[in-house]
Design a protein. Structure first.
Length: 124
């Protein structure tokens, strides 16, 4: 049985699409889509296979306040890494944030992108 649907994109709301796309480009190695602009930017794999990650401008965007529920996280991305400490250090140097509360820091880390979206790094 073939799948009914194939995931083609994941899009995050933010205030500055190009800035957030540049962050994720640096950490994933994905390539910018040639039609990115100030209102929408996206990244894709070089071979075009797999979903794109999109970033769309939303006026008055309020970043998630994870783990506080005032502004829910809305969604989060998870990335496999070879070494948690090394990946965390690189991501923090690139502009990621690290919330004080970590649910299981020995197994995974919760970080936030420059727009405040939580994402996880997990030994994969």
């Amino acid at each position: 049985m073939s799948p009914l649907m194939k995931l083609s994109a994941i899009t995050l709301d933010c205030a500055e699409p190009r800035v957030l796309a540049a962050f994720y480009q640096e950490v994933t190695g994905l390539e910018p889509h040639p039609r990115s602009d100030d209102d929408f930017a996206s990244l894709r794999s070089g071979d075009g296979d797999g979903p794109i990650i999109g970033f769309q401008r939303v006026d008055g965007h309020r970043p998630p306040t994870w783990p506080e529920p005032a502004v829910p996280q809305q969604l989060h991305l998870c990335f496999d890494v070879a070494d948690l400490d090394a990946a965390e250090a690189r991501l923090l140097a690139l502009g990621a944030g690290k919330p004080e509360w970590q649910p299981d820091e020995g197994r995974w880390r919760v970080l936030t992108d420059p727009a405040g979206h939580p994402f996880c790094i997990v030994v994969g």
